[in-house]
Design a protein around this ligand. Structure first.
Ligand SMILES: Nc1nc2c(ncn2[C@@H]2O[C@H](COP(=O)(O)OP(=O)(O)OP(=O)(O)O)[C@@H](O)[C@H]2O)c(=O)[nH]1
Ligand SMILES: [Mg+2]
Length: 334
């Protein structure tokens, strides 16, 4: 495998000056306490130099999947010491809300982030928007994949719904299982481009990666029937090479990755408030008629229900905010 196959030629354009290519490698897998690296000679086991431990201010100063690193090879062994990380031209990361903002890098030096959702029970537009925001923030191009098109009674309507809400990015209808749309995705992954697949467990990231590779390399597993949730089959982020020249990174479903879980769970827990807030905003803006709204509340007897729920949620929110999980929203008086 040469450096070009690993995406070096495109990456190096982001560097201010030429660097010696002799001791360059790319991080393919991050294991507990060690790394799998790819370089022009093949695979190496990598360990970080002691200075990382001494000078790293946080997790992001350690090598991540997709990073380009400078190594020192150990004589006669397929092992290397990682001496430094080359500047990241882009990254996709999650931030944890709280007193301090802890960043977790999912992958580095990424050109395209494929945000995968399943058109079964997983579909959720506000989650898609969060992923789009986090991709752009890290300097990557987000592309949405609505997978499991074969399971949706009207996949085109879903595509339409998403494109109305989220504009300016590519959206594909795909069935990783029967092959629909897979070719379109493959065409985007041009030679030398590095792409990552993100999304909840069970949406079909690994199935799609296998379809693109043309072999069943990544393990996949059925989702639970009752709620379409996956089983966290992929357990580590891994860099794979497409025969036609792209670099793919498969990732475990979001919940599997410690820090992310709390934020995802938080978002999901407050979905009802999000909906309620949207109704109030529409009311304020005159998009919903006040009288109609009032009669709806009366007729459905929802008022008490909302009130009870609001009180319960605000008690929970207070508890959470005390524990430093979320910041209190700031309200401005008019
Ligand atoms: N019907 C249908 N099923 C699919 C499709 N894509 C994936 N699946 C199924 O969905 C299940 C989960 O797929 P995986 O590829 O393991 O999902 P994943 O996103 O990699 O999940 P994690 O590794 O847990 O994050 C498997 O049973 C797949 O066969 C599709 O397009 N249509
Ligand atoms: Mg997987």
């Amino acid at each position: 495998m040469d450096l070009k196959t690993l995406g070096w030629d495109l990456y190096k354009k982001s560097l201010p000056e030429n660097i010696d290519e002799k001791n360059i490698a790319r991080v393919a897998v991050e294991n507990r306490g060690g790394y799998l690296l790819y370089n022009k000679d093949g695979e190496l086991t990598g360990m970080v130099q002691g200075k990382f431990m001494r000078s790293a201010k946080d997790e992001t100063d350690y090598p991540k999947v997709g990073d380009w690193v400078v190594v020192e090879k150990l004589q006669g062994e397929a092992k290397a010491i990682i001496k430094s990380i080359l500047p990241r031209k882009s990254k996709i990361s999650r931030k944890r809300a709280g007193e301090d903002v802890a960043e977790q890098i999912i992958a580095a030096n990424i050109d395209i982030v494929f945000i995968v959702q399943g058109l079964d029970g997983d579909f959720n537009i506000s989650r898609l928007e969060r992923y789009v925001a986090m991709s752009k923030e890290g300097g990557c191009e987000p592309v949405i994949i609505l997978n499991k098109a074969d399971l949706s009674p009207d996949p085109k309507a879903k595509l339409e719904e998403v494109s109305q809400k989220i504009s300016g990015i590519k959206i594909f209808l795909v069935s990783a299982q029967n092959g629909q749309g897979v070719e379109d995705v493959r065409n985007l992954i041009q030679e030398g481009l590095s792409v990552v697949f993100v999304g909840s467990s069970g949406v079909g990231k690994s199935t799609l990666v296998n379809a693109l590779l043309g072999i069943d390399l990544q393990k996949t597993q059925e989702v639970r029937l009752d709620d379409s949730r996956g089983r966290h089959t992929t357990t580590k982020r891994e860099l794979l090479l497409l025969p036609s020249g792209g670099i793919l990174i498969d990732t475990p479903g979001m919940r599997e990755l410690g820090l992310w879980a709390s934020q995802d769970a938080l978002g999901e827990a407050f979905d009802d408030i999000e909906i309620f807030a949207a109704v109030l905003k529409a009311l304020q803006e005159g998009k919903i008629d006040q009288q109609r709204y009032d009669s709806f509340i009366k007729l459905s007897g929802s008022l008490n229900h909302f009130k009870a729920k609001k009180e319960k949620n605000s008690a929970q929110a207070q508890k959470r905010s005390k524990r430093g999980l979320i910041k209190k929203p700031e309200f401005t008086k008019k």
